[in-house]
Ligand binder design. Structure first.
Ligand code: PMP
Ligand code: GLN
Length: 382
């Protein structure tokens, strides 16, 4: 058995969802919407399942979806990618991350990552034989400490993995912060792999700026998107990458031996979604912003301090002084079993020792009724 996997626990999302089901808790833990995305997207996919195509689509993705991804990147960011050679469709952003990291890293390479980090990053980097170099962001605004950032780079740095808007912090990295990171990536001739799955979930006054749009960075940057987040269809696992042909070509080599392809009917549905008008994307964000405000108000009313949420569908709360004095993982277990509301401990997003133990993450991409039920339980049972 490979100890890198045999030694791992089950993901915190699975653990907390199972506990929520067992205790009939309102599940604000694992990040998934409780309403499916647009019916017209699902109808387009359903038609394709009946009428076909239902056999292996092209390895790099159906042309209609690669075209739609390229058009999306041009429409929202002014980025020009050749759909034939600079876009790749994968089975979710998770496979996109695995294919990109396997393709771009060699054993001994170093990867700069930012803690807290999404849980699949480090296991994939390690399996690629590479070495994670974490930079710990500083709450409550999750700023990037410059000295630690510089110290994370070395002559062996091959890649910088950036997640913005960020899970679990809800931070949207500002242009100036990204420029500081990008300057070091250029100085060390490193690639930038940008997990931008929450690109359309950005709120009041904040803007998502892809690093690939910065002067001179397109050629070393690969972007990752996910239909799971953009269209509230997390179970579909349709992801996409865009980047320079040289990098996408090699990532395609890894992809061909991971999954090879992604179900064609789902690709047709997602292509339809990417072509929806601006009003879809605007109402996705404005609807989630209202849900954010509703949950934040409810959490504050029962005494939690909440940290700023600029993007994503997560809010982190400071548990100190609210309920029993417990570390975040025990607190989440208590909250799920005794109060009936599931959340996720933020320490689960740390790889290095001594993570903060006073923060928990709530997911707010839920119906108002679900959010209100959670708030009511917190109000009466905490
Ligand atoms: N990256 C981040 C930051 C995420 O939060 C998630 C999913 N929840 C993923 C990647 C994986 O996305 P997918 O479901 O498309 O594989
Ligand atoms: N990305 C989702 C979250 O952060 C969960 C995905 C999963 O369960 N693997 O909650």
């Amino acid at each position: 058995l490979n100890p890198r996997f045999a030694g791992l626990g089950t993901t915190i999302f699975t653990v907390m969802s199972a506990l929520a089901v067992e205790h009939r808790a309102v599940n604000l833990g694992q990040g998934f919407p409780d309403e499916d995305g647009p019916e017209e997207i699902r109808a387009a996919a359903a038609r394709a399942l009946i009428e076909g195509p239902n056999q292996y689509p092209p390895m790099t993705g159906l042309p209609v979806l690669r075209q739609a991804v390229a058009e999306h990147d041009r429409r929202f960011y002014g980025l020009a990618y050749d759909p034939a050679r600079e876009v790749l469709v994968t089975s979710g952003a998770t496979e996109a991350l695995a294919a990109a990291l396997f393709a771009l890293l060699s054993p001994g390479d170093e990867v700069v990552v930012f803690e807290p980090l999404y849980d699949c990053y480090v296991p994939i980097i390690l399996q690629a034989g590479a070495v994670p170099k974490p930079v710990r962001l500083v709450p409550p605004d999750w700023s990037i400490p410059q000295a630690e950032l510089e110290a994370a780079f070395s002559p062996r740095t091959k890649l910088v993995l950036i997640n913005t808007p960020m899970n679990p912090t809800g931070k949207v990295l500002a242009r100036a912060e990204l420029e500081r990171v990008a300057a070091l990536a250029i100085a060390h001739d490193a690639y930038l792999l940008c997990d931008e799955v929450y690109e359309h979930l950005v709120y009041g006054g904040h803007r998502h700026v892809p690093v690939a749009t910065f002067p001179g960075l397109r050629e070393r940057t690969v972007r990752i998107g996910s239909a799971g987040k953009t269209f509230s269809l997390t179970g579909w696992k349709v992801g996409y990458l865009s980047g320079p042909a040289e990098l996408i070509g090699v990532i395609g080599k890894a992809h061909q031996f991971l999954t090879f392809t992604t179900p064609p009917g789902l690709q047709i549905g997602v292509a339809h979604g990417l072509g929806l008008g601006d009003d879809y994307f605007e109402s996705l964000a404005s609807g989630l912003e209202r849900k954010r405000d509703r949950l934040v108000a409810g959490l504050r009313a029962v005494g939690f301090e909440t940290l700023p949420v600029e993007g994503s569908y997560f809010v982190t709360a400071d548990i100190r002084g609210v309920g029993p004095e417990l570390p975040d993982d025990d607190y989440c277990r208590w909250l799920t079993t005794a109060v009936g509301v599931a959340a996720v401990p933020v320490s689960a997003f740390y790889w290095q020792a001594d993570p903060p133990r006073h923060l928990i993450r709530f997911c707010f991409c839920k119906t108002e009724a679900t959010l209100d039920a959670a708030i009511e339980r917190l109000r009466t049972r905490l």
